[in-house]
Design a binder for this molecule. Structure first.
Ligand code: SF4
Length: 388
């Protein structure tokens, strides 16, 4: 596809490649393409384009940064100050906006995720992000999907502007507590620079209920500094309940050469996956964080889905009667999610559900997962199911 833009800008994008590899951004981070693959940076133009599931549908999204230069020194980050191996590139707002417009009009992308390193403080860097998107929205009249990063220390008015321009904003806590953040990124201030901005976002939404504003997400780097699943999920739960967080992202730590953490062990990607499963139980299934089956050291088991681990403990000997259970009880059963619980409730109104085949008919895709934990017609269904 021919992209008509300044050649040096396209070349720079190509050289930058997938610089935001470490920042998940879509709606299905737990199953997104590339999520489980080894994180080896690629250098080609297509590498900066990621197919994401967004609130506006599945889209090829340009994921890039205004600059890969940074004055902070987060221990895990390839762009940290002083890391000689990093090739630094910077776009002006105009060249980045013009190139995005050309790519979008050529049909190569339909969406933007824009982050940045920090130069001259968070406020100046945020201005560059906002200027870029101002041009994209107002000069080029792009109405599609935009996800923006909020810089640590960004001002209230900048956050408000970002929430007006974008569909989603990321305010990344990186760690679940001040102490863990200090071990990861000593120049970032947990409460003042980050948590306050998450609270502001909620305040902005409350004060401007008549406006269409971006949703808020955050990201945690998992497993580099002794953080536990209990800490990560407790903070996620607080953010879901108190500041209306749309989504928490968990990014399994992966060591980067020539950083202070280069010799640390990479976090098992399965841990990231279990965190997503648990996070959805908190956000979408009405679970309390204390109900999650943490082990003594505060982490979840890697070898079993947390919902199934809970069911093994609580439902194996006290199965749930499918015809009697409330919605929140149905949501405890492995294999039954919010949509299938609603389908079950609808089906119950028109007749009895007495065998496992009926569960499949009403749209429960894997009733064999549910079978050990339920009663049908007052009896446990057979757990060895026919494949037909
Ligand atoms: S502020 Fe961002 S880009 Fe800069 S070192 Fe930290 S994580 Fe990397």
């Amino acid at each position: 596809m021919l992209i008509r833009s300044k050649p040096d800008t396209v070349q720079k994008l190509t050289q930058m490649g997938d610089v935001t590899l470490f920042e998940p951004a879509g709606d299905r981070p737990h199953i997104e393409e590339g999520q489980r693959k080894p994180r080896v940076p690629q250098q080609n133009q297509m590498a900066c384009i990621t197919h994401l599931s967004t609130p506006k549908g599945a889209k090829p999204v340009l994921k890039t940064m205004v600059t890969t230069a940074c004055e902070k020194d987060c221990f895990y980050c390839p762009f940290r100050a002083g890391r000689g191996k990093t090739r630094r590139m910077t776009f002006t707002p105009d060249e980045l906006a013009t190139t995005f417009d050309a790519m979008q009009r050529s049909g190569v992308v339909d969406g933007l995720f824009l982050s940045s390193g920090i130069i001259k403080g968070g406020v100046t860097s945020q201005d560059k992000i906002l200027d870029t998107v101002d041009i994209i929205r107002n000069k080029y009249q792009y109405r599609g999907y935009i996800h923006l990063k909020i810089m640590p220390g960004a001002e209230y008015d900048q956050l408000f502007r970002a929430m007006q321009l974008a569909d989603r904003v990321s305010i990344n806590l990186e760690a679940p507590t001040q102490q863990r953040l200090h071990a990861l990124a000593p120049k970032k201030d947990f409460a003042d620079e980050l948590l306050t901005r998450l609270q502001w976002a909620q305040q902005i939404r409350r004060d401007n209920a008549h406006l269409r504003l971006a949703s808020t997400v955050t990201q945690f780097v998992v497993g580099a500094v002794g953080d536990t699943d209990l800490e990560l999920l407790s903070m996620s739960d607080n953010l879901y309940r108190q500041i209306g967080l749309a989504r928490a992202y968990y990014s399994a730590f992966s060591p980067v050469a020539h950083t202070p953490f280069e010799h640390l062990t990479a976090t098992d990607p399965m841990r990231e996956f279990r965190l997503y499963q648990s996070s959805f139980l908190l956000r979408d299934y009405g679970w309390d964080v204390e109900e999650l089956p943490f082990e003594q050291h505060g982490n979840l088991r890697l070898d079993i889905d947390p919902k199934q681990a809970w069911a093994e403990q609580h439902l194996l000997h006290n199965p749930i009667d499918i015809m009697q259970a409330e919605r929140h009880e149905l949501l405890r059963i492995p294999g039954i999610g919010p949509r299938s619980a609603d389908r079950l409730l609808r089906a119950r109104r028109t007749g009895s559900i007495s065998d496992i085949g009926q569960l499949r008919q009403i749209g429960i895709r894997a009733p064999e997962k549910s079978a050990p934990y339920i009663l049908l017609n007052g009896k446990r269904p057979p757990t060895q199911l026919s494949l037909l």
